[in-house]
Design a protein around this ligand. Structure first.
Ligand SMILES: [Zn+2]
Length: 218
């Protein structure tokens, strides 16, 4: 999920620092996989984006752990990234990574940013809406990076996932954090945000920017 505000926690993780020192930033960037994307409103894109990812078993295999590392490196490399899911880089597995760290500026900008979470990596995550309360907000995505649209999401969710060691993680998320989690978990279930946007409200990025500029002038 993309946002207009940098959401990466301060400081570069040790692993990434090591890679940068060892191979240089350019080399590091070149080793990361490209995003799997749909292009344009009428493009379906590769099937991996529309297929539920494989559920992993514990302990994770060396291949699963390698995929986790690649996803984390891709996430760390992005500046405007709130979350990523493995299918977005062509890995059809139920792995997501996201973060919504404390950020007073973003909180000022987003009234529903009431709950924070540091960088988190989940395996086999699921969610259920709590109650029927929903809200609508514009979303973007690295797998549909020329599109934007309003998506209705549960305001509050109950989530269940597993950490890298297979420990169960459960909790309740609300507001903007709940939106990020829903967007990313949908990816590993084979669902893109654009499927939740009413057909006539799906915009190209250019249309979105034009409308936003017009709204700000009025
Ligand atoms: Zn996305």
């Amino acid at each position: 999920m993309t946002i207009k505000k940098k959401l990466i926690p301060n400081g570069i993780p040790l692993l990434v620092t090591f890679v940068i020192i060892g191979f240089g930033w350019e080399g590091f960037a070149m080793d990361l996989p490209e995003y799997v994307c749909i292009e344009g409103k009428d493009n379906r894109g590769p099937e991996v984006l529309h297929t539920a990812g494989k559920k992993l078993t514990f302990p994770l295999s060396p291949e699963d752990l390698a995929d986790v590392r690649i996803l984390e490196q891709k996430f760390d490399h992005e500046e405007n990234c709130a979350g990523l899911a493995a299918p977005q880089i062509g890995i059809s597995k139920q792995i997501i990574i996201f973060s919504a760290p404390e950020d007073p500026k973003l909180k000022k900008w987003r009234a529903d940013f009431t709950q924070t979470m540091e960088k988190t990596l989940w395996i086999n995550p699921t969610y259920e809406g709590m109650g029927t309360d929903t809200n609508e907000d514009y979303e973007g995505c690295f797998s549909a990076n020329d599109l934007a649209g309003p998506v209705k999401r549960f305001k509050k969710i109950q989530y269940t996932a597993y950490d890298l060691k297979g420990q169960k993680v459960e909790g309740i998320a609300e507001g903007f954090l709940a939106r990020i989690i829903q967007h990313e978990i949908d990816h590993v279930k084979g669902r893109l945000f654009i499927e939740l946007v009413p057909k006539d409200q799906l915009l190209t990025i250019e249309e979105y920017r034009r409308r936003r500029a017009a709204a700000m002038e009025s």
